[in-house]
Design a protein around this ligand. Structure first.
Ligand SMILES: *Cc1c(COP(=O)(O)O)cnc(C)c1O
Length: 380
């Protein structure tokens, strides 16, 4: 099956090629070179955080977060089950037990009102996931974390450019993580991520863990005269080629965001009528949240209607996808987690959700064809 409208195209602005070539010709293509430092400085200014470190993926940034907050075997970490595997795996790798709580049907984000009752004496952290780049209720989550002395690690993989009460998502918890995978709004050449340090106590150790457990970053800044093994660590640096690609996108960050929001808005307005007639449900953006149009999803009546709509779109050569088999129902989930409370919405809502094509550079004609096809399915 070849689709004429794919689900995703990696964002590409045109300048990436030149920056990649510059990096190659500079003969310095390992991590934290000219473009790597440029990207990190850009993020520290843009986000207003004490430290931003590029990583090879968001998965790696989350693993670093688990190291930094000192997760030990037996510790519990609270998160939604409706998320990507890395949200959980990063903590499972350190020996944590994952405690899932249900989501809110309006945003598909963790239900903040269910977090407190999932806390035990073993709980160490809460990991909110900002699904579709729409913020979780961070005031409520930070309040619970403060009262119980817990860390908050924001999985903001999908949320670059999004805000909650005028603060960037990823900068509210102690640590945040972005993804630059090719399916996200910005990519560093297919794979990549960012570790966002908001609590200064983690800045120095984050650099050490990322540099194989050495103080090489301090050495490069001239702070120590030789570098050596000082802590546990791994290799969490992306190459200069990834950073060069990303720089082409950071320069156009606003342009990419504006263009995505226009596409999202067009879908939203077109399908309002179907929602009014209760034929489907559309995403909700809560008060105080500014989103980044990471995805456009709609929710059908049930699983079988979703499958029928996918088939219908496929006949029109349009690719639409769903995702996240809830983690608690997956094989590994059964081993490493428990679901606290009742799964009222996680499974039910995940089975209704369908993501429509959405990418930077998607033409008006393409958006129009998707809308026409969905309308035809509902016979209007
Ligand atoms: C994409 C994604 C990740 C993983 O990002 P990678 O950069 O591919 O490691 C983690 N969490 C969520 C919510 C994601 O959407």
């Amino acid at each position: 099956m070849t689709y004429s409208i794919p689900f995703n195209k990696p964002p590409y602005t045109g300048n990436e090629e030149q920056y990649l070539l510059n990096a190659v010709r500079s003969e310095k293509i390992s991590g934290d070179g000219f473009y790597g430092r440029k990207c990190q400085a850009w993020f520290e200014k843009f986000l207003g955080c004490p430290k931003a470190l590029l990583t090879p993926s968001c998965t790696h940034a989350l693993e670093m977060a688990a190291f930094l907050i000192g997760i030990q075997p037996g510790d519990e970490v609270i998160m939604p089950s409706y998320t990507f595997v890395s949200t959980a795996n990063a903590f499972v790798l350190r020996g944590a037990k994952i405690v899932f709580v249900d989501i809110r049907p309006d945003t598909m984000n963790i239900d903040e009102s269910l977090v407190e009752q999932a806390i035990t004496s073993k709980t160490r952290a809460i990991v909110p996931v900002h699904y579709a780049g729409v913020g979780c209720d961070m005031d409520a989550i930070m309040d619970i974390a403060d009262r119980y002395g817990l860390f908050v690690v924001e999985d903001a993989a999908q949320a670059m450019m999004s805000r909650y009460k005028n603060r960037h998502l990823g900068t509210i918890g102690h640590i945040g993580a972005y993804s630059f995978h090719e399916t996200k709004n910005y990519t560093s050449g297919g794979e990549g991520g960012l570790l966002i340090i908001n609590d200064k106590q983690f800045s120095e150790r984050a650099e050490i863990i990322r540099e194989k457990g050495t103080n090489r970053s301090q050495f490069f800044r001239g702070m120590v005269d030789k570098y050596s093994w000082v802590d546990i660590g791994s290799s969490y640096l992306p190459s200069e080629l990834q950073a060069a690609y990303l720089w082409g996108q950071l320069e156009k960050a606003e342009e990419i965001n504006t263009s995505r929001l226009q596409i999202w808005q067009r879908y939203y307005e077109a399908f309002n009528y179907l929602e009014d007639r209760k034929l489907l449900a559309l995403p909700n953006i809560p008060q105080g949240c500014v989103h980044n149009a990471h995805m456009f999803y709609l929710k059908t009546k049930d699983l079988s209607e979703r499958n029928a709509l996918i088939e219908h779109l496929k006949k029109d050569k349009i690719m639409a996808v769903f995702h996240y088999i809830p983690l608690h129902s997956a094989a590994a989930g059964k081993k490493f987690s428990r679901f606290n409370g009742v799964d009222k919405y996680t499974t039910l809502e995940s089975e209704r959700l369908l993501r429509l094509p959405m990418y930077f550079g998607m033409t008006e004609g393409e958006v129009g064809r998707v809308i026409t096809s969905v309308n035809a399915f509902y016979e209007i």
